[in-house]
Write a protein that binds this ligand. Structure first.
Ligand code: UFG
Length: 339
């Protein structure tokens, strides 16, 4: 069985991808520093899959640590999730973002260079497109960085491209995620943000469960059908399946790729709110608030390349995303912290 190292494997997307990889015949090995995740996820993963995944506690930027992990577990490919992801924090503390997000990618690549492991899938983001000229946005749209977080992802994309040019034995899969939401249908793993959630779905979840009084809708005067922002929400299990497809492509064809992972459909904040109300069965308090600085009105993916290249397509609807998010939230009102 192919052993795959998941840096940031205990996190939200990493943990769902570990399940998908395991169920597709891969052997996941997790590496995490638990700066934005908790070891409790490991027990949940074992309950879902019936297997205990090895997990190495440490920093992806530490070259000798990562090299030892790759060698000890005979790793054949890496999925590099580890990174900070709060847009606002990246504006306030850019050095923290450049150091961590670029540093961890360099650490993993240098470690791989010292071994024979040459295939890596990278968690990038649709935020690299900034405010796109047209939607749906495809992979050839120009990258425009509106904040340091987006810039760190774009920089790592460029580092991967230069590395691939330097030596054709490397192969890299860059996955540009749109807006991942939802949770594993078991309700055992899901998104568990520290502090106040930055993102829409976890915020709605915490209002729905009674941890917060009301959702603030950031802007009701955008040029969209109902005036609220439109995004491409993708179920995290669909996103996880996209990683499996990308990894297979890299390992079988040994050729790199850059693809969008999105559903291809845009949904407004109000549509998400209404879908969540259907899922949880009660009204969710909300109020209109000013626009959030840096937000754009509308974007959603052209997911055609992922389909033609990888045979992958998002399957799950917005109602399923909300139902699974609610199952996770209502079964774990305080996330992994019990209660
Ligand atoms: N929104 C609200 N209220 C909230 C939170 C969000 O109205 O409390 C709105 C936003 O204004 C936006 C939509 O909900 O219109 C989605 O916002 P999110 O913060 O959930 O997601 P973003 O599209 O801003 O960005 C997210 C992540 C990035 C990631 C990007 C990928 O924050 O890290 O998706 O497209 F890169």
């Amino acid at each position: 069985m192919t052993r795959v190292l998941l840096t940031g494997g205990a996190g939200y997307i990493g943990s769902h991808t570990a399940v998908a990889l395991c169920q597709s015949g891969f052997e996941p090995v997790l590496l995490d520093d638990f700066s934005n995740s908790v070891p409790a996820v490991l027990d949940r993963l074992a309950r879902i899959t019936g297997r205990a995944f090895p997990c190495e506690h440490g920093d992806a930027a530490d070259v000798s640590f990562v090299r030892q992990v790759i060698e000890r577990h005979a790793i054949e490919a890496v999925v590099h999730f580890a990174g900070f992801k709060a847009v606002g924090e990246s504006v306030a503390e850019p050095l923290k973002y450049f150091r961590n997000n670029v540093g961890s990618a360099l650490g993993v690549l240098d470690a791989m260079r010292e071994t024979s492991c040459r295939a890596l899938v990278f968690s990038s983001t649709a935020t690299v497109y900034g405010d796109p000229d047209r939607v749906p946005v495809n992979e050839s749209a120009p990258r425009r960085y509106e904040n340091p977080y987006a810039q760190t992802k774009g920089m790592v994309e460029d580092i991967l491209a230069a590395t691939a040019r330097s030596d054709p034995s490397w192969c890299f899969g860059v996955l540009r995620y749109f807006n991942p939401v939802g949770a594993h249908p078991s309700g055992l793993i899901g998104e568990d943000p520290h502090g106040t959630p930055n993102n829409l779905m976890p915020y709605i979840s915490q209002v729905a469960i009674g941890r917060r009084p009301a959702l603030q809708i950031f802007g009701g005067d955008y040029a969209t059908p109902d005036g609220t922002g439109v995004r491409d929400y993708i179920h995290v299990s669909d996103l996880a399946a996209g990683h499996v497809a990308a990894l297979r492509h890299l390992l079988e064809r040994r050729e790199g790729l850059i693809v969008n992972l999105g559903s291809g459909q845009g949904h407004s904040v109000l549509e998400v709110l209404r879908a969540y109300e259907r899922a949880c069965g009660h009204a969710i308090a909300h109020q209109l608030a000013p626009r959030r600085p840096g937000d754009v009105a509308c974007y959603y993916a052209d997911p055609g390349l992922a389909h033609s290249l990888l045979g992958w397509r998002a399957q799950r609807t917005l109602d399923e995303m909300c139902a699974d998010a609610w199952r996770w939230q209502s079964g774990n009102p305080n996330g992994y912290h019990g209660g």
